[in-house]
Write a protein that binds this ligand. Sequence first.
Ligand SMILES: *Cc1c(COP(=O)(O)O)cnc(C)c1O
Length: 362
Amino acid sequence: MNRPSMPAYEAYIEEIKSLWENRWLTHTGPKHQELEKKLCGYLGVENVSLFANGHLAMELAIDALQLKGEVITTPFTFASTTQAIVRNGLVPVFCDIDEKTYTMDAKKIESLITEKTSAIMPVHVFGNVCDVEAIARIAEKYNLKVIYDAAHSFGESVNGNAIGRYGDVSMFSFHATKVFHTVEGGCLTYADSSYTQKFNELRQFGMVGQESVQAIGTNAKMTEMHAAMGLCNLRVVDEFIMKRKLATERYHELLSGVPGISLCKIPGNIKPNYAYMPALFNKEEFGMSRDDVCDLLAEEGIYARKYFFPLTSHFEIYQGMFDIQETPVAEKVANNILTLPLYSDLSLEDVERVCKVLLKGR
Ligand SMILES: *Cc1c(COP(=O)(O)O)cnc(C)c1O
């Protein structure tokens, strides 16, 4: 289903050579500083703060923005989004998703706002961009903060605007399976430079200098080894994205128009990154359920993922807490979606093989 993209081995070895000389391995070293700077450029944002992983970045963003009470979010996401809210002692309020993009349905946000609502946390799921303009209008009207889970949307833009410029803060994940990675890692992007100090404090135990502790922080620093991996990958990420594009286009050639399969269309105003290859199956029209397709592929050694299934609101740990009926579209999508194998080294022959297996079972 996924395979990390790798820079040339020699390039990484060259990149980390200086660590044997300066012995600066973590704590905002030269690689860390260089990566933050280069990412500001690549992501087209004012500020980038790096973290040990995307999840901790998101938890600390919520902490730094001092959110209270309820946060409106989506259940059609990776565990991380919901867990970050709950681990901050906040209550997630689940908004249903849009049938086409699978992102939060902006038309349904306002009816969920109460006097306890402090923020909206939407997800650019699969790199599909949320209705950023509508969300901005609602946030402004009700004075709410917006934190985007932009884990899937590295390098994307909307109407020529970098995606990390929307909302108060956006979180990008640099996990090994993402379009751009630092093995493990992540960052926050934001326009308000006054957040920088707070984020830096929180990722370093709340310490300011060596003797003053001013926040209940944690350890969420990115190491120099990880930043070096990021520097190497950043040089070749456009090539990774180009290869993903070719594989995605082949999938679309082979699967679009097949009755019972729906693929995501990329709107003309979006610069995409081809992060995932979701396909929605309609059993009546296609002849096989999502689960049957998944099993059929597995028999041939092809691992597709039921992603995202189950909805985060259905997790065992949240049993009885959330009403499934309230997000019927999310429920339907979670039950019928499969993300097909997609990574930068995936050959077009392999894409053809996946499609052949998938179509033969009908
Ligand atoms: C990967 C991912 C995260 C978490 O990122 P990590 O870097 O793995 O901590 C959060 N949200 C979504 C939607 C993700 O896919």
